[in-house]
Design a protein around this ligand. Structure first.
Ligand code: SAM
Length: 364
């Protein structure tokens, strides 16, 4: 140690070590959550209907006795991280009343209950291909190619891989499950941005998956005729209704005509060149409506100047996910502006929704 380990320098060094350790081991929080999801802890507590003691939990999870103390330590971390709440429960008879800790669900772990339409458990469990690819990042950096880390590590891009082998079918269904659950949140957001959809007669949800968002829009606006455009393997077997139509197609080729185009969680999957192509095709799709048409984008708009450090960290983490999985990106406001004007639109308006996303109305 040199003289810099004195006074303020010493506390700076302690802080540096702490900061580094915190980030080196931050994967533990994510992996403990994955273990909780695989064990089904949230489901067991939910089905029990009231907080559960450690022994009750271990018995429901059918854990061997040697794993009870392990479960305790996982629950301690998961409770500290806000996934469960620990409650003191009175046990024993009148004479020898004792207190025991019982675990209850919190709002984040309620999103892990598999019977809930908002369940995000499939995202928390992750997929080996999406985790293992990080071991190839050194090789990826050395390659002078525009490949995602996923493609560099797995030999094919994410979307092709989804449709290829049986193992990837699991990835596909958990991906669609997660998208559907995420879209359920849109129901709440829709209440705050009803004006955006009012007056529309037709809307095409581009890359609209299995139609969860289109159905929510229909519930709120029964008169809007919705078309969901997605890849044949996603919508090929889906059946619509009077006001809901599924179209198998390619948004890079053409988008059906409508008063409005919705692009929810779509543009962030693609680099600027391909996002521009989608936006230009969207502009073409609303051209029949003249100046009254609009494109509605729902994506992240990163604000690095925000004082909310956790929120910005989440948005930057999402950017890493988009970069490494699809070669896509989360965009800052100035990047959105450039993309929107480059696609030939004349104005736009950004409104924050769901605490970390934005709704961007784009006008011709
Ligand atoms: C991240 S998901 C978003 C799904 C949905 N909008 C949501 O918010 O839940 C992107 C969607 O784009 C679709 N997609 C990918 N390439 C496409 C293409 N060339 N044409 C149409 N849809 C495509 C995928 O199948 C997927 O459903």
């Amino acid at each position: 140690m040199d003289e810099s380990s004195n006074g303020n320098d010493k506390s700076e060094l302690y802080y540096a070590q702490l900061h580094l350790y915190k980030h080196i081991y931050s994967f533990i929080s994510s992996k403990a959550l994955k273990s909780a999801v695989e064990l089904g802890i949230a489901d067991v507590i939910h089905n029990h209907g009231k907080p559960m003691t450690l022994n009750e939990l271990a018995s429901s999870l059918k854990l061997p006795p040697s794993k009870i103390s392990v479960l305790y330590r996982f629950m301690r971390l998961l409770t500290h991280n806000g996934f469960f709440a620990s409650i003191k429960k009175k046990t024993g008879g009148d004479q020898e009343e004792e207190e025991e800790t019982a675990y209850a669900l919190t709002p984040p772990s309620k999103l892990l209950v598999r019977s809930a339409s908002t369940c995000l458990a499939s995202l928390a469990s992750g997929h080996p291909r999406c985790m293992d690819m990080w071991h190839s990042s050194k090789k990826w950096f050395a390659e002078d190619k525009e490949l995602s880390l996923f493609e560099s590590a797995n030999g094919d891009n994410f979307w092709n891989m989804l449709n290829k082998d049986p193992e990837s079918h699991k990835l596909m269904s958990s991906f669609q499950e997660a998208m559907e659950a995420d879209s359920q949140m849109f129901k709440l957001a829709l209440k705050d941005c009803k004006h955006v959809f009012e007056g529309l007669e037709t809307l095409v949800d581009v890359g609209g998956g299995t139609g969860v968002v289109a159905k929510l829009i229909q519930e709120a606006f029964p008169d809007i005729k919705c078309t969901v455009l997605d890849q044949p393997q996603v919508v090929g077997n889906l059946i619509g209704n009077k006001n809901l139509n599924f179209v198998a197609g390619d948004m890079f080729k053409s988008i059906p005509q409508a008063d409005a185009v919705l692009l929810k969680w779509v543009l962030h999957d693609w680099n600027d060149e391909l996002a521009l192509k989608i936006l230009k095709n969207s502009k073409e799709a609303i051209s029949g409506k003249g100046k009254d048409g609009k494109v509605i984008i729902i994506d992240i708009s990163i604000d690095e100047t925000s004082n909310d450090h956790d929120l910005t960290e989440l948005q930057l983490n999402f950017d890493m996910v988009m970069l490494t999985l699809y070669n896509g990106k989360e965009r800052e406001k100035k990047e959105w502006e450039k993309l929107i004007y480059d696609a030939g639109f004349s104005s736009y308006k950004i409104t924050p929704i769901c605490d970390f996303k934005s709704l961007i109305e784009v006008y011709p």
